[in-house]
Design a protein around this ligand. Structure first.
Ligand code: GTP
Ligand code: MG
Length: 523
């Protein structure tokens, strides 16, 4: 093993074991093995049609760190952030907290989000009246608050969220970017793309009889799948809102039962008890959201209301020391020629108006015309900020969701051939060499073929227990090689957590969570 490989290995192992707000997936042991846990996950979802969104490009797979960049001859070791890239402690602005709202279908995520926005003055009384009137006219009166988030005709007609809605509000401590995810199993890929930006999450569960149980069902329960996915994105702080408490007459007994059952499962996903906050609430009756609830809850619950719970979350550490990386979540095409807007969260680095950025994988350079943070113009965006970046000097077809904005001298790597360390969930059909899966990485999705199963690992020690096994069974840890249909922007996990984590899905179910251990030459 070369010195560089050894260093990289040590790094991977210590990163995997890190705990705290900036920690990695807890599904991975301190020693580098992926821990076997009670990942009795998961849900049957109808097969989805794979959409190949990224153009297949063949670029070298040189690392951004420590390796010389082919084109410029510069090295990442030389990268030094400029003064404006580091936030000034005295800067008078609230920090942005990216908060994903996740959970089983119909648990009340959009209603909760709409209520919060209304209570905090982000939705006017007039707008609310309009939603109420329109929802009633369509015989969907109970969805009035959800309609603030579910804007499309199809979402309203079906009464479900299909794409992630983004909204903003201020708490005392944070500028919160709310990512209201779809709970329906058909839209888990959208949930993955949105929630991969989360710093923390609110997991909404429906307290009513049968509904909570359906969410935890190993076949079809999105409470399970969402909790596992969120944890695999590195989120380790979670607020569980036990919603619809009105339906169970604010029963303490029911709340304790939910807490006990779900708590056990969250522990098995790797959430620490101390990082899980429990908030009984009713979005419909406005109980325990932004203020102390009435006697029905207050007689037995004296913990924080939801807004106070949000303020008690810790902001994950931001990385200002590395060059810019911003995975593109979405693009808005402009009528004006040469202008495109991209949305996403800066993983590392910073940008400002006038900065030049390299767009990957097209390798085109564009200039930042303007920036928007929380729908308001701003001059600078830094690591952790969720922004809209308006670009000029670029054609529409050179920018794709799933691509990445980079510092022009430090391009992200691009490949279709990866070595992954994976933790397999509770699958029924073993993974074989030749298995066809769907790989999700930041906002990109590609069809993947397992071309080699290199080894099985001991979950405790991370040591190889078997070389070249024929298959991988449920709950096993393994190292595999995959080849993707198209190339993706990717980094090794040791270099970038956000760009080095993957989830693998098949027939609409998440079958494995993984880390990129090696980027190989494009095939
Ligand atoms: P998806 O996005 O499709 O997963 O659903 P969702 O979790 O966003 O649920 P949504 O907010 O659309 O609400 C679903 C239904 O639950 C609606 O009829 C709401 O009125 C109802 N609901 C939401 N919160 C509460 C609550 O606190 N109490 C009661 N009784 N009903 C609620
Ligand atoms: Mg919804």
């Amino acid at each position: 093993m070369s010195t560089r490989e050894r260093e990289k290995n040590i790094l991977i192992e210590s990163e995997l074991g890190t705990e705290g707000p900036n920690s990695s997936s807890a599904s991975v042991a301190r020693d580098g093995g992926v821990k076997e846990r009670d990942f009795a996950s998961d849900c049957g979802i109808k097969p989805e049609i794979l959409v190949s969104r990224m153009r297949s490009v063949s670029l070298s797979s040189k690392s951004r760190t420590g390796n010389v960049n082919e084109e410029t001859g510069t090295s990442n070791l030389e990268y030094k952030p400029e003064a404006w890239m580091i936030p000034d402690q005295a800067e008078d602005r609230l920090s942005q907290l990216n908060l994903a709202i996740v959970g089983h279908v119909d648990s009340g995520k959009s209603t909760l989000s709409g209520r919060l926005l209304h209570l905090l003055g982000r939705i006017s009384q007039k707008e609310m009246h309009r939603h109420e009137k329109e929802a009633k006219q369509q015989g969907k009166g109970s969805f009035a608050y959800a309609w603030a988030l579910d804007e499309s005709a199809e979402e309203r007609e079906r009464g479900i969220t299909m794409t992630v809605a983004v909204a903003f509000f201020n708490s005392r401590k944070y500028h919160v970017v709310l990512l209201d995810s779809p709970g329906h199993r058909d839209f888990v890929p959208n949930m993955i793309s949105g929630a991969t930006q989360a710093d923390a999450a609110i997991l909404v569960v429906d307290a009513s009889m049968g509904s909570f149980e359906a969410g935890l069902d190993p076949i079809g329960g999105q409470t399970r799948e969402h909790a596992l996915l969120i944890r695999s994105f590195g989120v380790d702080q979670i607020i569980v809102v036990v919603n619809k408490m009105d339906v169970v007459e604010y029963s303490q007994e029911r709340f304790e039962m939910v807490k006990q059952k779900l708590g056990t499962f969250l522990r098995s996903c790797g959430f620490k008890d101390s990082s899980v906050l429990w908030v009984p609430a009713s979005s419909m009756e406005n109980q325990n959201l932004v203020a102390t609830p009435d006697e029905r809850l207050f007689s037995w619950f004296h913990g924080p209301c939801l807004l106070d719970a949000i303020d008690s979350l810790q902001l994950p550490a931001r990385d200002y020391s590395k060059p810019l990386l911003m995975p593109i979540c979405d693009i808005i095409k402009s009528q004006s020629q040469g202008q495109v807007s991209t949305c996403g969260k800066l993983v590392t680095g910073a940008i400002r108006t006038g900065s030049k950025v390299l767009i990957m994988p097209s390798r085109e350079v564009a200039t930042i015309r303007s920036l928007e943070r929380d729908s308001q113009a701003c001059k600078i965006a830094r690591s952790g900020d969720n922004v809209t970046v308006n670009l000029q000097g670029i054609e529409n077809n050179h920018v794709t969701a799933g691509g990445v904005l980079c510092h022009p001298d430090f391009p992200v790597r691009v490949s279709n051939h990866l070595e992954l360390k994976i933790l397999v969930l509770d699958i029924k059909i073993p993974i074989l060499s030749g298995s066809q899966l769907e790989l999700h990485i930041h906002h990109a999705k590609e069809a993947a073929t397992v071309v080699k199963i290199l080894s099985l690992l001991d979950p405790k020690t991370g040591k190889v227990t078997k070389k070249s096994p024929r298959c991988i069974l449920a709950k096993q840890n393994a190292v595999v090689e995959v080849v993707l249909q198209g190339s993706v922007c990717v980094e090794e996990y040791a270099e970038s957590r956000a760009l080095g984590r993957v989830s693998l899905r098949s027939s609409g179910r998440t079958v494995a969570l993984g880390l990129v251990t090696q980027i190989m030459k494009t095939q």
